[in-house]
Every structure is written in structure tokens, then in C-alpha cells.
Design a protein around this ligand. Structure first.
Ligand code: NM2
Length: 519
């Protein structure tokens, strides 16, 4: 078949084998599997935790430098081209591309984990713990996180618009550094590792999202959550996406994303208006200041010593900051490909500052409104979120928070629909990218069976992870998947710097020739 010739089989088989190599033993030997997964988690986070922190922090500094240097003035597209989308639409699309159902989950509940197990040796549930609880989430979904998202967009968009070379593969964006190796095994390994990372990151997302939806369904219908229900939910989300992809209705997903944006905005405005508005506004603003005050401290906290005794650790930085940076990292090249597509006509500076600012503000709204509402319930004693969290788990606690709102059934329904659409769009965008990477060439869209294949493959890891269970297990998928991405991110940065330097040398040379001609 002609279609099959388009498939880049070594990458296809490489990524699939790696996926099965991880998933199959875990299903066959779940008990040993759990031990191995947790060992892998602590090995990477304890031995290399600092590396993730250094990377996150450096990426932010690097981006700010690029934005304000002459490189920031490079325009993505020809000089006369105007930005394709208005800034608001651009910001909304950017946010939707990078953020999925996880913000519903963590936005609502992250504070509760910090409140009961705070950082810096702070007394649990103390006044100080409240401050950190309301702040740390915003930090983990803040400027460093969005900087990690933005970095791959630099080389990719530069090649796409300025050099006019469409980049659909991450290996291609590394070409200025690795040269001809891009076309050999090294290039393929880069792509396979990127795919593996994305499968891991999506694994974490889907394994968190499915039980959340199950809990919403339980609230609405009384059906008890179970592994079967989780599996059905993942299948339904795949099917929603598959139907629109199969019928060629690209618009289907676009419509879903729009509905999501409206529903999410309505939801947040509703909670803000009928909830404790002043408390929400004050706590959010206060947390922004608190975060800025402690930004460097949080960005570099490795917990080398604390009150527990020498070499005793709470594991806070590993369980949270390192996990988060890894999780953003695995999605970053994929977001980079998307941001590139929507950024025609903008300058690199606009792209960087837009991502950092709008991304951070978007997350701030979710955490500030949804998270602080839960905190309010806890502090006033109206509803003990932490108790439910301890006894029944996070999804039940989240639904419990929502049930404290007026029209609670409607709100739970909206929330559950939001989570379902978010998951369906995660399947859509991730399978699009996975399928594109394993093709030699993409005409219009990746081949249909190829997309569907990756959409279904995306469920393999979350199903395995949910089967084993435990938050650390889910986190491990991103942490392990994200590890090779550290090196790839460094490669991408060097690649960008190298190309834009050459760009300016070339411009100067052209100017000199022009000057000579004039004189
Ligand atoms: N990030 C933003 O599940 C999702 O929301 C996708 C998750 C990396 C934490 C992205």
C-alpha cells in the first residue's frame, strides 16, 4: 500500500516497543511492578532532582534574555505579515493547547496536600502552612512551567517561518547541532524519546482524569467508580475524538475546544461570584506577592537538610517541583509545535512574553478561584476537604467541594463534561503529534489509521497505571518519560542560539553588500 510507505517504521516500532516494554511487565507483575516503578521514581528524583530544578530555572532566565535581546525582534513570517489571530484568541488557544483536565484536578485540590504536608519544615495546618498552600500551586503552574513550555517553540517556529522549513519532528529542530546525524539512528532516538515522554505525560493526565470523571458520574448517577468504569471512560473519550477524526470533521474538535473555553469561563465566574468573592480575590492577590517574594527559594529548594535530622527528607521537592517540571517538560515539544502553528506574524519576543504572562494568568485564575474556594471551606469548617481527601481520595474531595456550591448538581455536571472534553482533546492533539512524528511526510493530516492507532495506544499506559494505583505511580510516568527530555531541551536551546546567531551574521553580510552597492 502506498500509505504504508509514508510511515517511518523504525520510529513507529521503536516507540511502540518502548511503550509495551514498560506496560506489559507492569500488568503481568503488578506487585513487583509497583516496587520497580517507585524505585525508578526515587532514583531519578533523588539523584537528578537538582538537574530538573536547574533546568527549569535556567530556561526562564534564558527566555527572558532572548525576549529582550535582539533575537527577540526576529519576526515569525515576512515583514508585512500581520498576526494571524488576535492576541486574546491566541492566548486562549495557547492555554487550551497546553492545559487539560489536570487543571481541574490540581487547581481544586493541590493546596490540600501542601496544607497537610507543607514545605520548609512548616507545621502542618498552621497559619504559615496556609500561605504556602495557597501559593505553591501557582508556582508549579507559573512562569517557570510556562517557560519550559515555550522553549521548544523557539527553534521550531524559527525554522518554520524564517527558514521556511516545516518542522514536524523534534529531531529536525536539533539539526543545527547534530547535523547529518538527524537522518540516522540518533535522530530516530530523539523522536522515539520524545514520543515516549509524551506517552508518559499523557499517561499521568489520563490516569488522573478518568477517576475524576468517574467520581462526577457517581455524583450524578450513583454508579460506583471502578476500574471498569475508568476503562469505559477512557474508551468513550477516545471514541468522541475518533468519531470526529474519522469523519474528517476537524471542526468537531475545534467546536469542542470552544465549548470548553466557554464552559470553563462560566464555571470560574460562577464560583467567583457565588463563592466568597472577597476572600478569593484577596487570597489570590496575596499569594502572587508571596510567590514573587519566595520565587528564588522555591525554584532552588532541594532540601539538603531540615529539622528531621541529617539526610532525612520530607521529599517535598521531589514529589512536587521535580515531578511538575518533568510533567511540563514532556508536553513541551508538543506544545511548541502547536504554538508555532498559531504564531505567524508575531515576533519571538511577543511569543515568549505572551506564553509566560497569559499562561501564568490562566492557571492563576483556576488555582485562585477553584483552589481558594476549597481552602475557604476547609478554614471555615464548612466542609473538611482534607478529611475527605484522606478517607476517600482526591476525586471524591473535589466533587465534595463542588457540592457546596448552589445548583451543585448542575455544577458537577458542567465540571464532568469539561473534564470529558478536556480528555477527548488531549487524545486528539496528542495522537495528531504522535502520528505525525512516525510519518516521513504529512500531507494535510497524518494518515487516519495511524492517528487512531496512537489514540488507542495512548490509553495503554494510564490503564496500567490506574491498575497499579497510587499517586506516585502516576507521577512516575512523567518523571521517567521526562528524563531524556532534559537533554533534548538543552539541544533545542543550543540549536536555537546557533541558528539565530547565524541569522544576524547573515543579515549583517547582506547589509554590507547593500551598502557597497549604494556607494
Ligand atoms: N501539565 C500542564 O493534563 C493536562 O492538563 C496536560 C499538564 C503539564 C501539568 C498538561
Amino acid at each position: 500500500m502506498k500509505e504504508n510507505k509514508l510511515i517511518d517504521w523504525p520510529t513507529f516500532i521503536g516507540a511502540l516497543s518502548l511503550l509495551l516494554l514498560v506496560a506489559v511487565p507492569l500488568v503481568l507483575f503488578p506487585d513487583q511492578g509497583e516496587t520497580i516503578v517507585l524505585a525508578a521514581n526515587s532514583f531519578i528524583t533523588e539523584k537528578f532532582g537538582s538537574l530538573y530544578l536547574v533546568l527549569g530555572f535556567s530556561v526562564l532566565i534564558f527566555l527572558i534574555y532572548i525576549a529582550f535581546s535582539r533575537f527577540g525582534t526576529i519576526k515569525l513570517g515576512d515583514t508585512q505579515v500581520k498576526p494571524e489571530f488576535s492576541t486574546i484568541t491566541w492566548a486562549a488557544m495557547l492555554f487550551c493547547a497546553g492545559i487539560g483536565s489536570s487543571i481541574l484536578y490540581w487547581g481544586a485540590i493541590e493546596w490540600a496536600y501542601y496544607y497537610t504536608s507543607p514545605p520548609f519544615g512548616v507545621e502542618p495546618k498552621s497559619k504559615e502552612a496556609i500561605q504556602w498552600a495557597a501559593t505553591y500551586g501557582i508556582f508549579h503552574w507559573g512562569p517557570i512551567a510556562w517557560a519550559i513550555y515555550c522553549l521548544p517553540a523557539l527553534p521550531i517556529s524559527y525554522f518554520y517561518y524564517v527558514k521556511k522549513k516545516p518542522v514536524l519532528k523534534i529531531s529536525e529542530a536539533c539539526r543545527p547541532v547534530i547535523g547529518k546525524l538527524t537522518d540516522g539512528p540518533i535522530g530516530k532516538i530523539i523522536d522515539v524519546l520524545f514520543m515516549f515522554g509524551l506517552l508518559g505525560g499523557a499517561g499521568t493526565t489520563l490516569a488522573l482524569g478518568a477517576p475524576l470523571i468517574a467520581s462526577g458520574i457517581q455524583d450524578l448517577t450513583g454508579i460506583n467508580p471502578s476500574m471498569t468504569l475508568n476503562t469505559v471512560i477512557l474508551l468513550i473519550c477516545t471514541l468522541i475524538f475518533a468519531m470526529s477524526a474519522y469523519s474528517g470533521l476537524r471542526k468537531g474538535i475545534k467546536v469542542l475546544s470552544d465549548i470548553n473555553l466557554w464552559l470553563a469561563s462560566f464555571f470560574l465566574i460562577f464560583v467567583f461570584a457565588v463563592g466568597p468573592t472577597v476572600f478569593l480575590a484577596e487570597t489570590t492577590l496575596n499569594s502572587v506577592g508571596f510567590m514573587l517574594d519566595h520565587f528564588f527559594r522555591m525554584a532552588t529548594w532541594t532540601e539538603p537538610f531540615n529539622d528531621l535530622g541529617p539526610f532525612e527528607r520530607t521529599g517535598f521537592p521531589e514529589s512536587w517541583t521535580v515531578f511538575y517540571w518533568a510533567w511540563w517538560l514532556v508536553y513541551a515539544p508538543f506544545v511548541g509545535l502547536f504554538v508555532t502553528k498559531i504564531s505567524r506574524g508575531r515576533t519571538i519576543r511577543e511569543m515568549i512574553l505572551g506564553t509566560l504572562i497569559y499562561g501564568t494568568i490562566g492557571c492563576l485564575l483556576f488555582f485562585g478561584i477553584l483552589g481558594n474556594f476549597g481552602l475557604y471551606l476547609e478554614l471555615t469548617g464548612q466542609y473538611s476537604v482534607t478529611e475527605v481527601l484522606n478517607q476517600q481520595g482526591a476525586p471524591a474531595a473535589i466533587m465534595g467541594i463542588l457540592s457546596q456550591l448552589p445548583l451543585s448538581k448542575l455544577i458537577v455536571a458542567i465540571f464532568t463534561v469539561l473534564a470529558i472534553i478536556f480528555l477527548a482533546t488531549t487524545f486528539d492533539s496528542s495522537s495528531y503529534i504522535l502520528a505525525s512524528v512516525v510519518q516521513k511526510e504529512v500531507v494535510d493530516e497524518p494518515i487516519r489509521w495511524n492517528r487512531l492507532f496512537w489514540a488507542f495506544s495512548l490509553s495503554i499506559l494510564p490503564l496500567t497505571l490506574m491498575y497499579i494505583g497510587g499517586l506516585s505511580t502516576l507521577q512516575t510516568a512523567s518523571i521517567v518519560g521526562g528524563f531524556p527530555l532534559i537533554a533534548i531541551t538543552v539541544l533545542l536551546s543550543i540549536s536555537f542560539i546557533k541558528s539565530v546567531r547565524e541569522h544576524f551574521i547573515e543579515e549583517k553580510r547582506k547589509d554590507r553588500i547593500k551598502e557597497k552597492k549604494v556607494s
